[in-house]
Design a protein around this ligand. Sequence first.
Ligand SMILES: Cc1cc2nc3c(=O)[nH]c(=O)nc-3n(C[C@H](O)[C@H](O)[C@H](O)COP(=O)(O)OP(=O)(O)OC[C@H]3O[C@@H](n4cnc5c(N)ncnc54)[C@H](O)[C@@H]3O)c2cc1C
Length: 494
Amino acid sequence: MAPLNLVVGSGPSGVAAASALLDAGREVLMVDLGRSAVPGARPEEPEGDPPRKLALGSSHPYMSDAEAGLVQHGTKCLASGGLGGLSAVWGASVLPFPEDELAEWPFPAAELRAHYARTAAMLGISGIVDGLASRFPFHAPPAPALRPSLQAQSLLNKLTENAATLNQHGLTFGRARHAVRAELCEYDAACLGGCGKRAIWSAADAVEALKKRPGFRYQGGVRVLSIEERGGGVRLHVLPAGASRTVVDGARVFVGAGPLATARLLCGSFGAPAGGLPLLAQPYFLFPLLLDRDVPGAPEEKLHTLAQVFLELQDDAVSKRSAHFQLYGHNSLIAEKLRRTLGLAGPFGGALTRHFAPRLLAAQGYLHSDEGIPVHVEAAGRGEDCRLTLTAGSRAATKAAIRRAVAKLSRHSRELGMAPLTPLLKVGQPGEGNHVGGLFPMRSSPGSWQTDRVGRLTGHPNVHLIDSSVLPTLPAPTFTYAIMANASRIATEA
Ligand SMILES: Cc1cc2nc3c(=O)[nH]c(=O)nc-3n(C[C@H](O)[C@H](O)[C@H](O)COP(=O)(O)OP(=O)(O)OC[C@H]3O[C@@H](n4cnc5c(N)ncnc54)[C@H](O)[C@@H]3O)c2cc1C
């Protein structure tokens, strides 16, 4: 029998690596905690501040901090124990990383192209070829795009009118791109709570597709406790739900448990790194914007509630790296999120958002991890007792960079046709934007607790890391498409 390749986790990185291994004729066993919603269970109430997104009323995708072994000081990082990982709740926004921002990576950025194309085939990226395409190419023909809302169309018209001036000032824009099957969308504003039509891509569906391929097996309900290298292969110590501990042997393991669960597994298996580990985080911020005109028909229309427009900013005076903005139309969930996050709860906040609803947009902004709040991760304990303590450092430089980015939009509000409501800017804690990683960065000459170009930790030749934990930097545009392309590349080269 061919040597068995083990994949830990069924999130986007796990399915991308498994698919690439199968394409290369390898046998794959995916081992996964892989929880699903309890059939027939009453919908849960969203909890947290701001409230966490649920998957059709279920919080099954998330591990609690206690379960994940996380102690967080000034961070809000997530770990998943769900089938499909965090893609069960993701916003499905998709862009590749700009190639000109990958100079620190230990291979030419062009090497990712074929893997973006393979990932695009798996995700089915809906969108149109527009002003974003030169820096952010589609690697496969786009799938049909979602219909923009009336507000978004009005905004796009204005941006197109002023494209030349905006481009001169480092601002490019386009329709948002999504891992979505637009033909299934009912425009019922339900996207942010989970799509009942399964129009939004989830790695859980990809696992179902993988199960039909020869050479693939899936074991869900299994917690991997530690990894041991022995006899030229690997042994996973695992705890299947409702059973005793056992082991799973393979030739190699590809770990895609999500950056913090992966870090816990490695530190619990191979010992805590002296001096701790750095965690990279993309700065994340949220703010409302006001359109400079009323849009007849908005906001009552039937619409989707994923990102509507992507706006990209390149201006050295703001940051040496690009900033990425995702613009959302007005809808009740966004209004509620704004009210809660911005402290506008109560009748006044309700009246305010209702009054401005036809003109109100919301933006999520992201900067490159170079501008991020530093986070230090200290590990202690072995195996399942391993705990990671995350401590955020100073926020001052990050806040200043964010303020520069928002001020830049304010300065161009006339050409943009919208103005940020800067006093309501909210800066997220590391992890709130869900884009963290870089604990074990890939390097050409890796040091201890760093990885080579195929995600292998120094001294552990059969252990490949495939999630964001190996990314040397986190450019601002959306993140999961690049993780999947990199996982596919690692699995193919390995
Ligand atoms: C609300 C939200 C919105 C988001 N929106 C976007 C977006 O619009 N665009 C974008 O690019 N990204 C987005 N993201 C981020 C995206 O979801 C993640 O980047 C992506 O899911 C990471 O994939 P992964 O496979 O590396 O890890 P995860 O998705 O975290 O999956 C980890 C997997 O590992 C398994 N696992 C963990 N520990 C163990 C263990 N010990 N034993 C066995 N199995 C284990 C889990 O069961 C799970 O299947 C969003 C995230 C959130 C939370």
